[in-house]
Design a protein around this ligand. Structure first.
Ligand code: 13P
Ligand code: SF4
Length: 346
């Protein structure tokens, strides 16, 4: 496809979302990326939070973290370029270690992944011996390696239920844990004082979910007042929340689900207005895919990590083979068990 044809394709999708002069410039970058992608036998995976011009031009596959993990596991290309954040690229490496995995921006992290260390998990396991550890994929490989099974926002309750046990350690997202506790009918606690190994005597005994105080720096910012204000101005609005939002915010919304579930919901439901309480770029992507639907945006809150992934950096990733994701062998083998166990559950 020529640069002009790619520009026309992007314009057809994005003329209501991205200014034309920006599309022209970005079509040239995207053209060069697609040419190099072919030359280097690479696949590009794009998370739903990628900015619209990137989202609609270079990824071979787009999706939520679970869908992209599956694509990473199955690809036969030599190189996986992950347009997402580091924990996602690490998960791709864990699932397909023979491949070169590139993350276009070296420092694209995640506040949840930064909230817990492998040593923290070991202490929790000492404190609650024999209790299985369910770990959100928004964590680094060494934390996954200490876990029994991973989950994403789309399968968290199913993963907890699949264990068939009374008590589960669920880390590190406090709000996701509270939302899962509600969905699975479990009582949750957040142990803050780690005392003697195996000694849980100083805390209540009727808990069933043991959480951690990690938060997504984006979703924690949405409030019940934001929802009330928007509903006052747009009484018919349908509000969708990611389960990394607080349970109060989730309860005040009309639907809660992972990024792919939110996209499907907007496609299926007919409403005068929609508001997605999640990273703002996804609102643009959904607006572009549904030109007949009216999307409202609350864009004052952005993910500074997802926003680091640009077309320029993706081009440089393919040109200079950077930034290569490495996971030490002993961690990779253990982490693979918990990620593959999640994939098998669904
Ligand atoms: P999803 O798994 O829903 O794609 O979410 C990933 C994420 O980082 C949400 O903030
Ligand atoms: Fe992490 Fe939140 Fe950014 Fe998702 S939106 S990558 S959970 S900081």
């Amino acid at each position: 496809m020529s640069v002009e044809a790619l520009y026309q394709q992007m314009k057809a999708k994005l003329s209501n979302v991205v200014p034309d002069f920006e599309l022209r410039y970005k079509a040239e970058l995207a053209y060069e990326i697609n040419r190099l992608k072919k030359e280097r036998n690479a696949v590009i995976l794009g998370h739903n939070y990628m900015e619209p011009a990137l989202f609609y031009s270079i990824p071979d596959f787009t999706g939520d973290s679970l869908e992209l993990s599956r694509k990473a596991a199955r690809t036969d290309k030599d190189i996986i370029v992950f347009c997402g954040v580091r924990f996602m690229a690490e998960t791709a490496k864990i699932l397909n270690p023979q491949k070169t995995v590139l993350l276009p921006a070296e420092k694209a992290g995640c506040s949840l992944a930064a909230s817990i260390t492998a040593a923290d998990v070991r202490k929790l396991k000492e404190r609650f011996p024999g209790v299985p550890v369910v770990t959100y994929v928004n964590t680094y490989a060494d934390v996954k390696a200490e876990s029994d099974v991973c989950c994403t926002s789309s399968n968290a309750a199913a993963v907890v239920d699949s264990l068939g046990v009374d008590t589960v350690i669920f880390i590190p997202d406090e709000y996701l844990a509270r939302n899962v506790a509600r969905d699975t009918g479990k009582h949750i606690i957040f142990p803050t004082i780690i005392s003697k190994p195996g000694d849980a005597s100083d805390i209540k005994t009727d808990f069933q979910l043991i959480g951690w105080h990690g938060r997504c720096e984006v979703h924690e910012k949405f409030t019940v007042e934001d929802i009330a204000n928007v509903r006052e101005q747009f009484p018919d609005v349908v509000i969708l929340t990611h389960p990394e939002c607080s349970p109060e915010v989730v309860a005040a919304s009309d639907f809660s689900g992972g990024t792919a579930a939110m996209i499907r919901y907007v496609e299926q439901i007919s409403a005068p207005h929609y508001l997605l309480l999640t990273e703002c770029a996804m609102g643009d992507n959904v607006a572009a895919a549904n030109p007949d639907k009216e999307m409202l945006r609350l864009c004052s809150v952005r993910c500074p990590h997802m926003n680091q992934i640009t077309l320029e950096d993706t081009l440089n990733a393919l040109k200079y083979n950077r930034y290569v994701i490495e996971v030490p062998e002993e961690i990779l083998v253990k982490a693979a068990r918990s990620v593959e166990r999640m994939i098998a559950i669904g």
